[in-house]
Design a protein around this ligand. Sequence first.
Ligand code: ATP
Ligand code: MG
Length: 564
Amino acid sequence: MSSENQGSVSSNFIKNIINEDLKNNKNDGRVHTRFPPEPNGYLHIGHAKSICLNFGLAKEYDGLCNLRFDDTNPSKEEVEYVESIQEDVRWLGFDWEDRLFYASDYFEKMYEYGVDLVKAGKAFVCDLSGEEIRETRGTLKEPGKESPYRNRSVEENLDLFQRMRSGEFPDGSRVLRAKIDMASPNINMRDPVLYRIAKVKHHRTGDKWCIYPMYDYAHPLSDAYEGITHSICTLEFEDHRPLYDWVLDALDFQPHPQQIEFARLNLTNTVMSKRKLRELVENEAVDGWNDPRMPTICGLRRKGYTPESIRDFCDRIGVAKSNSVVDIALLEHCIREDLKLKAPRMMGVLQPLKVVITNYPEDETEILKAENNPENPEMGHREMIFSREIYIEKEDFMEDPPKKFFRLAPGKEVRLKYAYIIRCDEVIKDSETGDVVELRCSYDPDTKSGSDSSGKKVKGTLHWVSKKESVPARVRLYDHLFLEKENEETGEIVVELNPHSMKELDCALVEFGFKTYDAGQQFQFMRHGYFSLDPIDGIDNDELVFNRIVSLRDTWAKIQKSQK
Ligand code: ATP
Ligand code: MG
């Protein structure tokens, strides 16, 4: 299912709007969307929702979707982000073909339209400071006050606007404002600022400009130039829609794109704004934007998430008109679902305990046949080497076990997966610490998996690796980056950084076969969960480095079951 979901967006209210438009032959039956990131940080899973929606709708309606950088705020924007955003959109599986655009490409045209607005008496140069503008804007209950500069002549406005552009005035000294209505019940319509002076170098236009358009002015114009039909954005822009329409109507764009708002994705156990994510990076709370704990696309990719799983997630959460919070367990469910049939099962012992099989000849080894994926027989088999010395998981042995402990204990028997049944005969301890350091066991030659003639039944099956044929590994186990706590007084949910969001185990042992795999690949370590070979540190060293993507315990599936 997950590999086919690209481009099919589950039925939603946006499709109803598009269907209606198509029925009325609005926009000559075209559907043209865009994904408009501001290059001021790395993309996160919330952006993935917008990407899947915009590119998905275009695909479904045989339309087009542009990638457009909304680069109108040069002080926060960087080329590094422009590049990472393209990489992430492509990795998610979407293609803008030759339609990569920048709002900054339109600065000249936007300026000319500013001149047109001035000439039409619909915009004026205002000398109030930012603070004065804020103070005179009024409140939800009270109208704002008209600027004393509101009734400047067209000639004076044209002259001042041109001189703003040519750099005559300092930052913050003047702005271009739309002349709409200071008494409008919508504060966004109270003579909003269209242009500001900022003598800042732009990552594309360099020093060419010292005035920059505001988002509310640049966005509708960029959409209109590109022939966008449906301009999909998040709910906080709902109150800006009248201004979006005003800009395009004032400049006679007919018919013009329609802004449609949907609810942004919020996820439990994380934060989701570029600003907050940047803070985590800058405060070194994480190891960069691509730290596997980050909800960024590059963080999820490094952890081992697949594009299919993220598209499936975006599909399942759907598109709605009211804000909600999605349980991060659903995202984890999606990667389990995607890897279930794809990822080879391998054995990895995270905290090894040595086991010597005393009745197995010292110089003998034998080849065992192990399934690569019991749920997907097409993935075939591999060979595992069995010999006298092996390792099992420390926690699979207890010297003094409780009743329902079905793993190894003194005098007890367990099966080694794909091998034999063994019995624990003797426990060797460190003479100083008293820690268990080795088990002496015996195996029953009649119990070989696949040809067991013993009739023995044991309850526990353990994973293991042989001493000779294993490779050292470092394994990173992750927990949620943020913990959710309820404020006792207000009942409000607050998030705080989880101090134990990563645990690194540095003496794990894994099957030899891992040596043949590439960095970035996903596996299931039997009983431990899904892991990937870290794409950066994974195979460069003497030891392999793994990230745990998710454990096997599917809390989402559990929640779903209990609701049914
Ligand atoms: P942030 O607050 O994280 O910086 P943003 O909205 O400022 O996000 P942009 O780069 O402006 O980030 O976003 C590009 C597109 O992605 C916009 O259309 C925006 O609406 C959408 N988007 C951003 N965050 C989310 C989210 N959490 N869920 C859905 N869409 C989102
Ligand atoms: Mg933004």
